[in-house]
Ligand binder design. Structure first.
Ligand code: C2E
Ligand code: MG
Ligand code: MG
Length: 594
């Protein structure tokens, strides 16, 4: 088969017309053709590799006929009007059409803008017939109407209505075409994102969908101005654009920076440039080596890095992509972990009273044994999960399991409080208190047997409803601890406004306590002030005897850390707790750890 026939077939395929259901917009033209020619049969006939397929037809039952000796196939081959006054007296006398009783045929070619003939607009009759010049003209006009319809249908779904720019699908098609033409050559895809995509929903809620459209329109005009009339700009997603560039990396980066600059002052209807933080991310592509949608993902990754690193524009980086991919897969796998029997469990780390040396409580710390990745630290997955709707399920899982364990200890007679780490978002759940009380009730455990740990920043950023819930919990006798104290953004003066009983000084202040005078001064001030305000003080991350001595001299109430014990399984914890001596001084730091 010739190259031009291959190209023609490829265009036909791309238009996605073959084997599609009938459509009224084409049928209307076919009916008109039959009427104008006063003939029983009319069709829009597309020439496939070895068949004529009818997109629209009047007076024929079948949807396709073989291409061999089909008049329409010859119209496609020659790209000109073909009239056969009498099939029986012509080269077509033994064709499929003639055998089915057709005597007359007239067809006009269906030609695309770039000169490919897709098939024919044809009229057929069962009697021999002549065609006037005027009728030839009409047939050509009808063929042009069919092509206008093809254009229209093709444009729908290929163009973003708000800006009139080619969309994501066009981008994919064009990049595929380019890869066929110039395989292995180097291009850069520049992705432009007007706002943080994660905030698009919020923005739409606050400002309305029309705002996003207006924003995209204004930005599209700016991008056009910055890149020039010749550039092909794609509108690939909400507030997301892309275009291709060639050149060396340094030049491309300059262009990316300039493009971003041109978008900095974009406003809609004179409003403030609300939440508008445009970034441009660049992904290098070897044509044909990467799928177009993967290319857009790389450009998006580069945009996200440019946003996170506050550079505004930058190249794709594989290492940060790997980190992002890992985060993404951890988030998606966590749902399964919550449902599984064996991926999650709780470890318990003792907290001891400095005066008596006795263990007074155990902090429940979640552990995740991922089936393929292995152990994932809560420091890695908790912040990810806390930003999703799974925060509720996570805390529910912890409450259920920790309270069950606390009840087992309680009923065994162990004088022990169990601390649970709670995400700030949990307090925003209207039924949080109810659920906690439900779990305690069903295990027959008094409220004072549990303590909730919330981080300082979490406590401060909470709204009124969360605070009311916190106050209610305290009023009912649940202890509240401020975790990681000193690492939040709040000033110490804020402390007096937070409802809580316990302050847990963050590990970062305790490490090096015996070496740095500065740390001692800080910790001493924290302890004094917390006591002044009526809190009891716990030091986290106590690893050395020296640190313990310093804390003792500063009046710290309790300590927790590897010096006492690493987090245990519940069984190990019970054994440790029941051992004849479990005081600060007597416990070696080398207990078996998790
Ligand atoms: P956190 O609540 O401040 O817990 C203390 C962390 O310090 C734990 O890390 C603990 O293993 C570690 N640690 C304790 N003593 C020492 C020490 O002497 N030296 C050092 N270097 N580290 C010590 P882990 O278990 O990896 O947990 C990290 C964080 O993840 C926790 O910090 C907490 O914020 C969060 N987390 C853990 N479990 C849960 C949970 O069930 N729910 C929620 N929402 N967060 C949790
Ligand atoms: Mg904690
Ligand atoms: Mg902490």
């Amino acid at each position: 088969m010739s190259n031009s026939e291959e190209a023609r077939l490829s265009v036909l395929r791309q238009l996605n017309l073959l084997d599609t259901p009938p459509s009224e917009s084409f049928d209307r033209i076919t009916r008109l053709a039959s009427l104008l020619f006063d003939l029983p049969i009319a069709a829009v006939s597309l020439t496939d590799r070895d068949r004529q397929w009818f997109k629209s037809r009047v007076g024929v039952d079948h949807r396709e006929i073989p291409r061999f000796k089909a008049c329409c196939g010859d119209v496609a081959d020659n790209s000109s009007v073909l009239v056969i006054n009498d099939l029986l007296a012509s080269h077509y006398h033994d064709s499929h059409l003639a055998e089915s009783g057709i005597r007359f045929y007239a067809g006009a070619p269906l030609v695309t803008h770039d000169g490919h003939t897709l098939g024919a607009m044809c009229v057929l009759g069962t009697e021999p017939r002549q065609v006037t010049d005027q009728e030839r003209g009409i047939l050509k006009d009808l063929a042009a109407m069919v092509m206008a319809q093809v254009d229209l249908q093709h444009a729908v779904g290929r163009v973003e209505p708000s800006t009139g720019l080619p969309n994501y699908l066009s981008f994919v098609e064009d990049l595929n075409d380019l890869a066929r033409d110039l395989p292995d050559s180097q291009r850069y895809v520049l992705g432009t994102e007007l706002v943080d995509l994660e905030q698009i929903n919020a923005l739409q809620r606050v400002m309305g969908p029309a705002y996003l459209d207006a924003l995209s329109q204004t930005a599209a005009r700016r991008i056009r101005k910055a890149l020039g009339e010749q550039a092909k700009i794609y509108h690939v997603g909400p507030c997301q654009f892309a275009h291709l560039e060639t050149g060396d990396r340094a030049d491309i980066l300059v262009r990316a920076v300039n493009l971003r600059k041109s978008l900095l002052e974009v406003t809609v209807n004179g409003s403030a440039p609300f939440m508008l933080r445009p970034v441009v991310g660049v992904a290098p592509v070897q044509l044909g080596r990467t799928q177009p949608d993967a290319v857009l993902r790389l450009a998006h990754t580069a945009c996200r890095d440019a946003r996170d690193n506050e550079t505004g524009a930058g190249f794709y980086s594989r290492s940060s992509d790997n980190r992002y991919q890992r985060r993404f897969s951890l988030i998606s796998d966590f749902q399964e972990a919550l449902q599984s029997e064996d991926q999650l469990h709780l470890a318990y780390q003792p907290r001891v009273d400095m005066t008596s040396g006795r263990c007074v409580s155990a902090e429940a710390l979640i552990r995740w044994q991922h089936p393929t990745v292995g152990n994932v630290s809560p420091a890695e997955f908790i912040p990810l999960v806390e930003n999703t709707t799974m925060a509720r399920d996570l805390t529910d899982w912890v409450m259920r399991n920790a309270i069950r364990q606390a009840a087992a200890w309680y009923h065994q007679g162990l004088q022990l409080r169990v601390s649970l780490n709670i995400a700030a978002a949990n307090l925003e759940e209207g039924d949080f208190t109810e659920r906690l009380l439900g779990y305690l009730g069903s295990e027959g455990l008094p409220l004072r047997a549990v303590e909730l740990e919330l981080t300082e920043s979490g406590l401060i950023s909470n709204g009124q409803a969360a605070r009311r819930q916190l106050e209610e919990l305290m009023a009912r006798g649940v202890k509240i601890a401020i975790d990681d104290f000193g690492t939040g953004y709040s000033s110490l003066a804020y402390l007096q406004t937070i409802p809580a009983h316990v302050v847990k000084i963050d590990r970062s202040f305790i490490t090096g306590l015996n070496q740095h005078q500065r740390s001692q001064t800080l910790v001493s001030a924290m302890i004094a002030m917390a006591h002044e305000l009526g809190y009891s003080v716990v030091a986290e991350g106590v690893e050395t005897e020296e640190a313990k001595q310093v804390l003792h001299s500063l009046g710290c109430d309790e300590i927790q850390g590897y010096l006492i014990a690493r987090p245990f399984t519940s069984t190990e914890f019970t054994r440790w707790f029941m051992a004849p001596i479990n005081t600060v001084t007597a416990r070696p730091s080398s207990r078996q750890s998790l």
